[in-house]
Ligand binder design. Sequence first.
Ligand code: G3P
Ligand code: CA
Length: 417
Amino acid sequence: MKKTLALGLLALAMAAPAQASAVQLNIAHRGASDARPEHTFAAWDLALQLGADYIEQDLQITSDDVLVVMHDDTLNRTVRGPAENCTGRVDTKTLAQLKTCSAGDWGKFAGGAWTGEKIPTLEEVFQKYGKTVNYYIETKTPSPEDDMEPKLLALLDKYDLRESAVKDWQVLIQSFSADSLRKVHALDARLPLVFLGTLNAASIQSVREYGVGIGPSFGGVTKANVDLAHAACLNVHPYTVNNVADLQRMLDLGVDGMFTNFADRLETLLGDKAAPGLTGPKLAAADTRRCRGEQKDVPGDVGGTVPATLSLTLGAPATFGAFTPGVEKVYTASSSATVVSTAGDASLTVSEPGRLANGTFSLASPLGVAITPNAWTGPVSNAVAAIDFSQPIAANEPLRTGTYAKTLTFTLSTTNP
Ligand code: G3P
Ligand code: CA
């Protein structure tokens, strides 16, 4: 049976997007930072369990040039331990000093289950989660001499995260500093960047030069400025949205995701609309590229067509050999038929066999023909049917010298083409 493969190509018309992306992302602000001490592995682990699409990391830098994950530029609020190591500015301490401190023994967490949590380095975060999670990383209080941006990119490279950041937004880089984001953009213009700040026509105009979104304080978010951002194919990720009414209001305004200390609350509100697993950023990246005309989806239909076929091939002509006069015997011979049928059913029949004839002389008994099988209830390819011939000759039957033969017609037919 011959199959022809038909490939159909159809370009989709692009429609103006209602959102920069169709998904709304759950961004765990400093991890699940209400229930666990912020920026600790305990907080990120819980956020992931609660359904977060991204876990956030704010970056600071030590005096010995190591990127650590901490929101404040001083240690005083969230760090406990020896004063000489664990108070004051982060950038005046070495990593070794910081590692003597606890990051989980403050405020309502004091004396709790997380006092053993240390200040994580960004590298430790990558070592723990690798490519299994999505990171939303903020360059905090960057100064030109810090060189925070190339250090961040070097770590992305070391942990093979740069390309997945570009393609699938596995890493989003955010900052309140447009200068910092422009610095990253200059290093690699493909990386997805989000500016933290006011959402208005001016910021939209500016950010679209280097970024994929704006993260405004949620209080300033309106339908009008969300729509304006979407018209520029920019995502809107407000921070930090914690109570249920505000979370729902942001969803209703059509934001593309939001930072929250309560990933569980947002996940509940998203319900069935929550992006499956950790695929949200990848979907958002693709949607944004589509919006910008950088990605077009062309469905390539694949399929095959089958021409209607009924094919019958007969085997070699059957012969009984020599008939022996004066001897009663049933002579047998066989052949075969090979059937190809694309029909819903098929049957193989033979014309009335009649009697073998030798000129004007015919045998006394009719030729017997049996076909096995002789019917099929579905399509078949190269199905073989046995054709068995039988010819009785009586002891007293006169036989004339020569060849007894008959031409039969075999017919393959269907009632369900
Ligand atoms: O990065 C978004 C949000 O986290 C900004 O606020 O001060 O918590 O870093 P902050
Ligand atoms: Ca932040």
